[in-house]
Design a protein around this ligand. Structure first.
Ligand SMILES: Cc1ncc(COP(=O)(O)O)c(C=O)c1O
Length: 411
């Protein structure tokens, strides 16, 4: 098999007699029990990935989970216990995290458009920190705190003058809706020096997502730390927290290789050792979504029809882009290339043929793969899209065409 991403995705699961298993259960049996279409998440992957991150990354680096990647309650309950906290991006995510027992103090709140109502909710519940993304937001926080006789910990989300090189989605550098431009930050930090209601705790830079190049990630961390050191030196303000972002990617496209986590860890160890000379009391953290959950999950659809049209085979499944937008290439092709790793869960070893894999919706956008190499499959067989644990269910237009939503099962 030449498909590197598919090989990597399959390596996280057991196979037996041409059948795919999740945590000891045949996918075919899970599909029978819960019916298709459905998402399956593997809890043993989640704990294994946590172990690997803890082993490879510096011990004193805090690792938090970005809930937006997968807010499923069972997944969140597991990850809330494993990681050092969660990053939330809305009141809704905060409610979900609270419901599974994650304390508000372990949450950070990020996003360019937080409403006053959301901020008030988070502040009243004692959220750990709010990453502010514009100056008006700070005024809102101050007003809310004064009205309620409270205070809030804030980080300044900085829009740096660099971007995370070679990443699928760039969220820093140039004019951006995210964060406050780095050149404006020193004056802002000085103005917040003695503010009691808005306690400035540090900075936060998240400059890109889906990056598979260890050197690019380490280089970005280095630039963030250089920026933090010079900010602290010019403003004479200690930074309790520096959130370095993350952007660790997973392989989607056939030539993608796994991120070299040990190289990221070694680079980061070096960078943090240097940083501690200038920022001795600072806590460093990263926030990851896709790398923590992406490879734990798969989307399973049953083949309704195997149709021939002018010499091509169309495999039509009972799901589609309304359940899994990313697999159709419409979530941002630069980030998640189509075709994602796809195979037939109950016929892994069948001879390979080239087919088009499409969903049930009446739009040509609903295509998971054109001319993809798939084990030969028949009606009733199970198409499985691997690496679907992040930005799947919750990042899809579930109401489109009014089909039932897919089930989600955590095993
Ligand atoms: C502020 C912030 N943190 C964390 C993430 C998670 O990114 P990823 O899932 O690529 O790790 C994102 C993704 O957009 C983000 O915007």
């Amino acid at each position: 098999m030449n498909h590197k991403a598919l090989k990597s995705a399959l390596s996280h699961f057991e196979q037996k007699d041409g059948q795919l298993l999740v945590n000891g259960h045949l996918v075919a049996e899970i599909a029978e029990e819960y019916s298709t279409p459905l998402y399956i998440y593997d809890s043993s992957f989640l704990s294994g990935r946590h172990k690997m991150l803890r082993k490879m990354l510096p011990q004193d680096l805090e690792i938090t989970y970005a809930v937006k990647a997968n807010p499923n309650a069972q997944v969140l309950r597991i990850l809330g216990k494993l990681y050092d906290g969660v990053d939330i991006a809305s009141r809704g995510e905060m409610v979900k995290a609270l419901k599974v027992g994650i304390p508000a103090q372990q949450m950070s709140f990020t996003g360019p458009g937080k409403s006053s109502a959301e901020l008030e909710y988070a502040i009243k519940l004692g959220i750990g920190s709010i990453s502010v993304e514009n100056e008006r937001e700070i005024e809102h926080i101050r007003t809310i705190c004064e009205q309620n006789d409270l205070s809030a910990n804030i980080l300044i989300r900085v829009n740096p003058d660099f971007e995370l090189a070679r990443s699928g989605m760039k969220m820093g550098g140039g004019p951006k809706q995210f964060g406050i431009d780095s050149e404006k930050v020193p004056a802002l930090v000085s103005s917040l020096k003695n503010a009691k209601r808005t306690r400035l705790r540090g900075i936060h830079i998240f400059s890109g997502s889906q990056n598979l190049v260890a050197d690019a990630i380490v280089e970005t961390f280095e630039k963030i730390i250089d920026y933090a050191c010079s900010l602290s030196a010019t403003t004479q303000i200690p930074l309790d927290i520096v959130n370095l972002g993350g952007g660790f990617g997973i392989p989607y496209y056939f030539n993608d290789s796994d991120l070299d986590l040990s190289a990221v860890g070694a680079g980061l160890r070096q960078v943090l050792a240097n940083a501690k000379k200038n920022l001795p009391g600072t806590r460093f953290k990263i926030e990851l979504g896709r790398y923590i959950v992406g490879e734990s999950g798969m989307y399973v659809g049953k083949i309704l029809y195997r149709k021939e049209s002018r010499g091509e085979i169309f495999i039509i499944i009972d799901g589609g882009l309304h359940h899994h937008l990313a697999a159709s290439g419409n979530f941002g092709q630069k980030m998640v290339h189509r075709p994602m790793p796809i195979t037939i869960a109950n016929a892994l070893d069948n001879p390979i043929e080239k087919v088009n894999v499409v969903g049930a919706l009446c739009t040509p956008l609903d295509t998971f793969g054109t001319n993809v190499e798939l084990p030969r499959a028949k009606e009733g067989d199970l198409v499985v899209v691997l690496n679907s644990g992040a930005y799947g269910f919750s990042a899809s237009p579930l109401g489109f065409l009014s089909h039932n939503p897919p089930k989600e099962v955590v095993l």
